[in-house]
Write a protein that binds this ligand. Structure first.
Ligand SMILES: Cc1cc2nc3c(=O)[nH]c(=O)nc-3n(C[C@H](O)[C@H](O)[C@H](O)COP(=O)(O)OP(=O)(O)OC[C@H]3O[C@@H](n4cnc5c(N)ncnc54)[C@H](O)[C@@H]3O)c2cc1C
Length: 358
């Protein structure tokens, strides 16, 4: 495989990113799904970055993964976001001690032949204020019966498997793989979104789906998401994608600024901020954080919003026409206000928007 990307410095990463950049405008079309982009990522070995060599992957170190994400998300946020959800499922499966499940699923996930995603947010950032869990599990002699729905699942209609979380009546939780062909599983029509509609995100319903223990990934236990099964510490990837989007926007401004001197001061300031955030992200990923995860995320959100809007200001009315990347970046940047956004980050974002001290 001559095209396989084996490090973030590999020249083929730029080649892949160029292809993703060229394909990105097509994702604004109705019902688009980045099938070609994901196929390319599979061919370039991207799905191998995140899994260990024992599982058939390349086992990239976390700072390298973050550099990969920075490049990919600057080229196509939708494709990169889908990859993060896919990776969330793969890494949790890889880290569990259900050897049969791993042997069954990981080879085809690593190669890109199969697609898995996650439906976990109702255990962390979604529907947390409701008294009754939206996705419930009952223990049976063979495993579990799962009933209810997972409100947000990216790529649900294209998934072979979804890693779901469900809550038992006594408050303990389980993580399990849901095979999409199991009787009782249905995918709701996907929501039309402000941005990233091509991620085909929507609810997945389970009507008393029987899942044998062979599908179990973790639990039953209290706070199963806090046990960090397969989740890398810190959760930097949301920040990485926000900084990546900002990087794409800053690059556009730099290209414009070559012809338009009036853009230089703002472009230089945004570039300096992007550079510092990238540095802070890579330090955090290397286990040497210079700020808290929340602070990194809050600043990344802010830069994504401001730099994307700066491209629109620079591109003027031309940028406001659908199809121009400036408009797409602005819509995509809004995603970071809602994606996996913990309460302190949301509060800090609101303070910034209100112009008050945090
Ligand atoms: C494009 C997209 C893709 C996503 N993909 C995935 C995915 O693949 N997998 C995954 O697991 N998650 C995914 N998510 C979920 C995401 O990470 C967040 O969990 C989600 O955005 C939280 O939003 P929510 O509306 O569900 O929040 P909620 O907190 O449930 O809020 C819902 C509504 O309830 C009301 N509300 C909120 N708090 C309170 C309160 N305390 N009291 C009363 N009312 C309240 C508000 O009016 C709000 O509009 C995705 C989200 C988006 C937008």
């Amino acid at each position: 495989m001559g095209t396989r990307i084996e490090s973030p410095q590999h020249e083929n990463l730029q080649e892949l990113c160029q292809k993703l950049r060229e394909l990105a405008p097509q994702l604004d079309e109705p019902n688009a799904w980045p099938a070609a982009q994901l196929r390319l990522c599979g061919e370039y070995g991207v799905f191998e970055w995140f899994l260990s060599k024992e599982s058939g992957g390349q086992g990239w170190a976390e700072p390298d993964v973050m550099q990969g994400y920075l490049e990919l998300s600057a080229a196509c946020l939708t494709t990169t976001f889908i990859i993060t959800q896919r990776t969330g499922a793969c890494r949790r499966i890889e880290a569990c001690d259900n050897e049969g499940l791993k042997a069954n699923l990981l080879p085809n996930l690593c190669s890109g032949e199969k697609f898995a995603t996650v439906g976990l947010s109702h255990l962390t950032t979604s529907r947390r204020h409701l008294a009754k869990p939206v996705l419930r599990a009952e223990e049976t002699p063979d495993g579990f019966v799962v009933d209810g729905f997972s409100p947000w699942v990216t790529g649900g209609p294209f998934a072979d498997h979804i890693l779901i979380g469900a809550t038992i009546a006594d408050g303990r939780q389980v993580l399990a793989v849901l095979p999409m062909d199991a009787p009782g599983v249905s995918v709701a029509p996907v929501a039309e979104l402000v941005g990233l509609s091509a991620s085909h995100t929507g609810a997945v319903h389970c009507d008393r789906v029987a899942l044998g223990r062979e599908w179990l990934v973790a639990g039953p236990m209290e706070g199963v998401m806090k046990q960090g099964v397969g989740a890398r510490p810190g959760g930097f990837q949301t920040s990485a994608l926000a900084i990546g989007l900002a990087g794409g926007a800053v690059r556009f401004l730099q290209e414009e600024a070559v012809k338009r001197g009036d853009l230089v001061p703002a472009t230089d300031a945004l570039h300096a901020e992007w550079y510092e955030l990238r540095h802070d992200l890579l330090n955090a990923a290397a286990g040497e954080p210079v700020c808290s995860t929340e602070n990194l995320r809050t600043r990344s959100n802010s830069l994504a919003l401001r730099s994307s809007q700066a491209t629109l200001a620079a591109a003027k009315g031309t940028g406001y026409v659908v199809g121009h990347p400036a408009g797409r970046w602005c819509r995509e940047a809004l995603f970071f206000l809602v994606w996996s956004c913990p309460q302190p980050v949301m509060a800090a974002n609101l303070c910034e928007l209100a112009g008050i001290a945090d």
